[in-house]
Write a protein that binds this ligand. Sequence first.
Ligand code: ADP
Ligand code: MG
Length: 611
Amino acid sequence: MFDIIQLLPDSVANQIAAGEVIQRPASAVKEMLENAVDAGASKIQLITKDSGKTLIQIIDNGIGMSETDARLSFERHATSKIRKADDLFTLHTMGFRGEALASIAAIAQVEMKTRLLKNDVGTHIQIEGSVCQSQEPCATPVGTSIAIKNLFYNVPARRSFLKSNQVETRHIVEEFTRVALANPSISFSFHQNELQLFDVREGNFRQRISTLFGNNYNERLVPVEEETTIVNLDGFIGKPEFAKKNRGEQYLFVNNRFIKDNYLNHAITSAFESLIARDSYPSYWLRLTIDPSQIDVNIHPTKTEIKFIDDKSVYAIVRAAVKRALGRFSIAPSLDFDQERAFDIPLDKMGTIPLQPSIRINPNYNPFANADSNTVSTKRFVPDNATQVGQWTKLQDQLFNKEATANLEIKDDVSTLHQLIEDLHDDRFIQIGLRVMCVSFHSGLLLVDIPAAQERILFEHHLHAFENKSSPTQQQLFPPHLNLSESDTQLLLELRDDLLHLGFDIADFGNNTLVVQGIPTNMEPGNEREVLETLVEQYRNNRDRFKLSNHENLARSLAKGEMIKSNRQFQQKELRQIALNLLQCEQPNYSINGKKIIRKFSSDDLLNLIN
Ligand code: ADP
Ligand code: MG
């Protein structure tokens, strides 16, 4: 009479367990998609109604289940994926606790049809609140179809906690995206209320990202690849200029499973360091492959967190690989890299050939010439009526108030800005000290780091010269003879053909003496020695430390060489031209060392600085 402890009935135990595993329709979607992947399916269809609240159906062409397994799969702790506790540590598959189906069946009306390849008939099971309603043979294709109806029908409290259809759909799309990304060799489709939301065919990882996120993503991706004894890493990072204002596009997979890991996220983000604004987040789609015995998978009930046994090494490898990928594609400050030689990525293993940047630049621009010799646009906007003034002001307002935050990058608005600057009065360009240009608009300010801008312009100009195999040379009336060190002479002679593309025409005079017969048209005579010596020094430095292409190295080194003696007071016309040329660059936001070159401030931003 005094014994009061009772075992909970299975249905209640399952309902409690369900609370942990299934929080919302998206959780059921995730579990079922992962089961289908585990079943070896090559094609998986997801169908939902009312954001999964009334129906979630998943149809796969995987191995299917026998009659007995079909029934057993709904029992708690029923799993084909684990035989002994040890397996937990060597597990490659997704689900492994045998809880998902049991949980779902406890809180929904579930109908399953499944057939093994070797059988002619399949099994049809209906189960409701953990109680089996019927089980009979049926005709059905090989594979498994599971329909989950009226989720939480018997747990009204949970049902009322569900968010709007829009929010629940977003969660489902996110789970779908994660599983689809983790398995590019599987075809997936997703229909909601009979509307097709996704139809992604099998392909490689890059194609999968483009299909899911949009075709324009293809050119935003920078490949990352690293093989070490501890971990292998591959995938893509988004170029810094496409960083997001939220964490929406950060995908990390370990052994083909999506995981969240703040520590590794930090490794990736910190590799982007000065390349993106502080309030934005880099996009990434990275996959780690690691010996399962090196991770502890089961520390989080919904299994999106894992623990690496050697997490410090994994951190260092991931960070170095991302940095190198950025440097390789000359997005990052290659010259400012901490040297991280420990992890040498064989570059020839990079999956894709980097696209050459397409550069729009004014080839006649000479940042060093006096303003008079410049081809400065003479077109000026002189508003002559109220409407025009109104439009003019409105455009500026738009530019600066798109988002009232400081440090905004110049992105979609490059051409607007370019046009505005062309039309701006000269007196709006002010030089502060030797380095800073300030352009004042009706509704904000633009600040530009002048030398960094010039360097960027020169660099892209030189790269462009290689592409077009043409950079005009000005023949020297009195070609200087430069007596240099033996190694400098040798190197310059080795580079002679490439230097010619950049406008340098040098000849061997013997005895470590070079004759500079021609110099680039935009260079002032008289500095040949300094420019060439800096070039050689930079070139060697880059070559030994970074794996830049020969052309990129030369373009960078020459830009550096030309920048010596460049600090001076500029005329307003010249400042305008620098700003215009910068805005025509492929990458106007960052210097070749990865520092910010240009920032815009709205009047609100400025007020914040004052107050
Ligand atoms: P777990 O996936 O952790 O094993 P589940 O409750 O998700 O637990 O599934 C229980 C078992 O049912 C699985 O181990 C598997 O054998 C079987 N199963 C579930 N879904 C499918 C499917 N789509 N195709 C084949 N077998 C499946
Ligand atoms: Mg499972």
